[in-house]
Design a protein around this ligand. Structure first.
Ligand code: GAP
Length: 452
């Protein structure tokens, strides 16, 4: 039987490995379930996604500040937050194939012995569902005893609640204001999968926005729109995105309303980011649990209240995967096909490719001079003098480099270079001394390509 053609997901996964975005972790030892390492281009992509998030959520606003809290906190934190008691998935084991499934995702699961069937439809012997806590446990100190159990944080949010007073007082803030944090979180997921969509170790970009209770609705509306728009502004096709309001039965124990920004992945619609009304649940719980009053006192109105919280919470790895999938395109050109990642220049791992047309006549030296200037101006660059020029363009298209500069005969005689645009493949002659300014201008005026 003929092999089915690779799916979009297969193509993205294979490109990630081939070009050094994402590798399987511990690969030479056979890997470790759904854990990944980021290679040179993946690191750059992720760093730029985080920078774009930070710039939009923190740097460009006067009412939001940053935080970097510890991964391991006092274990009481997780008791009080409800994670020790309630952060669990219902699990079902199959006694025949020894596979474990999430009871609430059984419909989407496959029997490993017969992938055309769901668990329970083949020779399966399924157990009753039982609760499985998703937090990773560890021990503090040399002895593993129940008294020194600690947890790896399953969300960055709690570190923000713990520092509510510290930050508000030291930064002299009053509601409405926000505290943002990007960092690793850990969940012992039962059914990780779909590449880096769901893993056990992942990065979150979260922001807790503390508001007077009466302003809750207004800010919920604001952050739903703002977070959706961020993805559109960075080039994600709007028709692949939707905002989905949670049903009452789906809401987390701390939330009165939540909307997910969802993307249509090759495996179906999935959550990219959640925007939740967390009310005063966490600050009140930690006030009670710790004995420290986590409230705001307004010196003007003499009013004392526990702020409500609106929380946009996204996964950085999931964002990266979404940008990769959305950017992936295959195009039929006159003489060949090209694979291109149409990343927005703000998140493209490499911004400029620098090529001498040939490896002689002083061109490599001029190209190295330009590369140095671009790097000192803050651009990420890739210098390439191997293979024919067309092939070098293709290699940069495949990793989403928006601009390639070629040093040619005219550079030496007339002081110009050729700048080739990834999307239109148009070529412009630009003065050698004006390359940085030209590229800056192109990035500033970048228009997301029309879809269809
Ligand atoms: N503080 C709220 C919170 O953690 P969540 O919906 O559980 O909410 C927020 O997580 C985001 O973190 C998700 O929308 C998703 O992008 C990302 N995320 C959650 N679990 C993940 C996992 N196992 N692997 C990758 N990303 C994950």
């Amino acid at each position: 039987m003929a092999k089915p053609p690779p799916s979009l997901m297969d193509k993205v996964v294979s490109l990630c490995k081939r070009r050094g975005f994402i590798f399987q972790a511990s690969e030479i030892y056979g890997g470790i379930g759904n854990t990944y390492d980021y290679g040179p281009l993946g690191v750059e992509l992720k760093r730029r996604v985080k920078d774009a998030w930070w710039s939009r959520v923190v740097t460009r606003r006067s009412d939001i500040v940053g935080l970097d809290s510890a991964i391991i906190q006092n274990p009481r934190v997780w008791e009080v937050s409800g994670h020790v008691g309630g952060f669990a998935d219902p699990l079902i084991d199959c006694k025949v194939c020894k596979q474990r499934f999430r009871a609430d995702h059984l419909e989407d699961a496959r029997c490993p012995d017969k992938p055309s069937k769901k668990p329970g439809e083949h020779h399966c012997e399924l157990t009753e569902p039982r609760s499985f806590n998703l937090m990773f446990k560890t021990h503090i100190g040399p002895v593993e005893e129940s008294g020194n159990v600690a947890y790896l944080r399953p969300e960055t949010a709690q570190g923000i609640f713990l520092n509510f007073l510290n930050v508000m007082q030291s930064a002299r803030l009053k509601p409405p204001f926000g505290i943002a944090q990007i960092g690793k979180s850990f969940r012992n997921e039962i059914t990780p999968g779909n590449f880096v969509f769901r893993t056990r170790e992942f990065e979150q970009a979260e922001m807790e926005f503390f508001v007077p209770p009466a302003e809750n609705e207004r800010w919920y509306e604001f952050w739903r729109k703002e977070r959706f728009q961020w993805y559109v502004d960075l080039g994600i096709r709007p028709e692949k995105l939707r905002l989905r309001e949670h049903e009452a039965s789906e809401l987390a124990h701390y939330s009165t309303a939540t909307a997910d920004v969802e993307y249509e992945y090759p495996f179906g619609w999935g959550e990219l980011e959640g925007i939740a009304c967390r009310t005063d649940y966490d600050l009140k719980a930690h006030s009670e649990g710790s004995g420290t009053d986590l409230v705001y006192f307004d010196p003007q109105t003499r009013e004392r209240y526990t702020p409500y919280v609106i929380e946009p919470a996204g996964g950085v790895d999931r964002m990266g995967l979404t940008f990769l999938i959305d950017a992936y395109a295959e195009e039929e050109l006159e003489k060949e096909n090209r694979i291109v990642l149409r990343f927005h220049p703000e998140i493209a791992p490499t911004t400029v490719g620098v090529f001498p047309l040939v490896k002689k006549d002083g061109m490599p030296e001029k190209a190295r001079e330009l590369e140095e200037e671009l790097r000192t101006s803050g651009f990420t660059c890739f210098y390439d003098e191997k293979a024919a020029i067309g092939r070098r363009y293709r290699r940069q298209d495949e990793v989403g480099t928006p601009y390639c500069v070629t040093i040619d005969g005219d550079t030496l005689t007339e002081g110009t270079v050729t700048i080739r645009d990834r999307d239109s493949m148009a070529q412009d002659k630009v003065k050698f001394d004006e390359v940085c300014a030209f590229i800056q201008e192109q990035i500033r005026n970048y228009k997301v390509a029309p879809t269809g």
